[in-house]
Write a protein that binds this ligand. Structure first.
Ligand SMILES: [Zn+2]
Length: 588
């Protein structure tokens, strides 16, 4: 008989502890302390209590728990002394069927890992969907994590322990995140389409209007049709648009969605999660035969990342009337004009058709977007969902400092006009100045000595600036200080410089009533409400210009890494996101 929350909440303390036996390897204290927070309204609330219990434990207690775990495919497995839970998990991942080579490799990794960290390597081998990682994936994770700093890796071990407990908890309660699995699988299927040159290497790259991009459009349309959308189509810039009517077809609509293009060698969830989650909600409404008082319009934006053409936010910009006419004549790396790429993809490729995409805000309630966090915050906190307060304002520059190239051997230190040293000084200033704000970020992502040589004092140094802050005023102050510092450095060192501002975007604070809707949705799941700014730009930023918007973030695994094949999220977290979205819909 599967356990129920009512049973757990009503049980005497010893009995409750026994009911959750085996959740944390030989460490019942984690559960015991969490049980003090009973009653639990939801499993997610119980898990949050477990996260807090472990986070509040002493360093020695945490290490004790980590060390209570068996070595992966280690001696305990050979000696058959693993706990029942661990045996099941390791055999499900195929670790009981290693080839002799793989086994030897794992033994070596175990030894290296133990020598470096002083505790065994812990990985939730059932993976983000609970169905098991492959041996190759396990070995790759092992190798990757060997390079982590010690403190970080201890935290990563604890996160994996929570993930193992999450799956064990599901087994005890007899609940599987079926809905989350389903949506997780949709991401996997869509990720099969990738641009040539990347697909062969198993990498995901989908850029504007390529064959892979068009295959994604078709697959999204098919998914929408299957899910019961009333209208499904591709618009003049290649966005995939699905409408699920309200009780009356001309009722106002909630606009939602995100992008399906990717960066080169990107992740499977960036953007796509924000399309699939509302599709899953519509599917559930449709299956229940329900119509809401408003329509739901889900847009899979065709272009957000600006990879093939320099036309970032092209898809969402078309809906707000911000399509730049000059883009149509822009060429890609192969010299193909955007308008020709559009026509080849069966789109009209005319400004008139694109201008007609502009939405009348009066016909919409607002815009919401869910997105993978693309950062480490939720992962570190052990929280599945976060509510976005504002999308940060940003500004970018590319520039160059000009000094004088001279001989590295013959030019005395006090006669040099070294452009790279000046830029290095600016880079360090950026770091310190942004940190001073607490929530600003500043990055010099490009730093290059054009035509540099090992024995020449750098005469020129090219660099970039990416500055972001939660408000426009804070960003402007940051920019002012950085540019003043650049001038001061160059003046002091007798150097020239030039600078070009290539992008500026205003902050997009969430509409308070919409943000509050997300907050209620998160709270209804039994989770604490964590409010956070978005450091990355999103389609919601564009829609912000014409209607109220608010975003919900979903935790990413692997420290929230994004724009990378390691980008990952679990089917458990996806399911919570779908339920939060559903709660928002029901409350409107
Ligand atoms: Zn994105």
């Amino acid at each position: 008989m599967a356990l129920t929350l009512d049973q757990l909440n009503a049980a005497a303390p010893d009995e409750a502890l026994r009911l959750l036996d085996g959740l944390y390897e030989h460490s019942p204290w984690v559960v015991q302390r969490a049980l003090a927070q009973r009653p639990f309204a939801t499993l997610a609330a119980l898990q949050w209590a477990l996260v807090q219990s472990l986070a509040a434990a002493t360093r020695d207690e945490q290490l004790g728990l980590i060390r209570a775990h068996p070595e992966l495919a280690g001696k305990a497995m050979v000696a058959n002394t693993l706990t029942a839970e661990s045996t099941g998990e390791q055999s499900r991942a195929g670790l009981t069927h290693c080839t002799p080579d793989e086994f030897a490799q794992l033994q070596r990794l175990n030894a290296d890992y133990n020598a470096r960290f002083g505790f065994p390597f812990i990985l939730a081998v059932r993976g983000p969907r609970g169905s098991g990682l492959t041996r190759q994936q396990i070995i790759a994770a092992f190798e990757r994590r060997l390079g982590n700093p010690v403190d970080f890796e201890r935290e990563e071990a604890l996160r994996n322990i929570h993930r193992i407990a999450e799956i064990r908890l599901g087994d005890k309660f007899g609940v599987e995140p079926e809905l989350g699995h389903r949506v997780w699988d949709w991401h996997e299927a869509l990720a099969q389409h990738s641009d040539p040159g990347f697909k062969e290497q198993g990498q995901l790259t989908v850029t504007y209007l390529t064959d892979a991009h068009q295959a994604c459009q078709r697959e999204l349309m098919a998914r929408m049709r299957e899910s019961g959308f009333d209208e499904v189509g591709i618009d003049a810039v290649g966005n995939v648009v699905g409408v699920y009517h309200g009780q009356s077809p001309d009722a106002k609509r909630l606009l939602t969605g995100s992008h399906f293009d990717t960066v080169r060698n990107g992740g499977k969830y960036d953007g796509r999660l924000g399309i699939f989650v509302p599709i899953a909600c519509v599917e559930r409404l449709h299956r229940a035969g329900r119509r809401l008082p408003f329509g739901i319009e889900v847009v899979g934006f065709a272009e957000e990342e600006g990879q093939r053409y320099k036309a970032t936010f092209l898809g969402s910009g078309a809906l707000t009337g911000h399509f730049n006419p000059a883009w149509l004549d822009q060429t890609d790396a192969d010299g193909i004009r955007m308008q020709d790429a559009m026509r080849a993809a069966g789109l009209p490729g005319t400004l008139d058709a694109i201008a007609a995409l502009r939405r009348d805000p009066a016909r919409y309630l607002g815009f919401v977007e869910v997105h993978i966090e693309q950062g480490p915050v939720l992962n570190e906190m052990g929280l599945p969902l976060g509510v976005v307060t504002s999308i940060n304002a940003s500004v970018r520059h590319v520039g160059e400092v000009i000094g004088m190239a001279s001989h590295a051997g013959t030019t005395p230190m006090d006669r040099r006009r070294d452009a790279a040293c000046a830029v290095a000084e600016l880079a360090l200033y950026l770091e310190q100045r942004a940190a001073q704000d607490g929530d600003s970020v500043a990055t010099m992502g490009l730093l290059q000595v054009p035509g540099g040589s090992i024995n020449v004092v750098p005469g020129r140094c090219a660099f970039s600036l990416d500055l972001r802050a939660p408000t426009d005023a804070q960003r402007d102050a940051l920019e002012r200080d950085v540019l003043a510092q650049l001038s001061a450095i160059c003046e002091r060192r007798g150097l020239g410089h030039r600078l070009e501002r290539t992008m500026i975007a205003a902050a997009a604070p969430s509409a308070p009533d919409w943000q509050a809707r997300w907050e209620r949705a998160v709270a209804a799941l039994g989770l604490p409400v964590h409010r956070m700014p978005s450091g990355a730009g999103h389609d919601a930023m564009k829609l912000h210009e014409v209607m109220p918007q608010a975003m919900l973030f979903v935790r990413g695994e692997n420290s929230g890494i994004s724009h990378n094949p390691l980008e990952s999220t679990t089917s458990h977290d996806i399911e919570l996101c779908v339920l939060a979205f559903e709660h928002l819909l029901n409350g409107l």
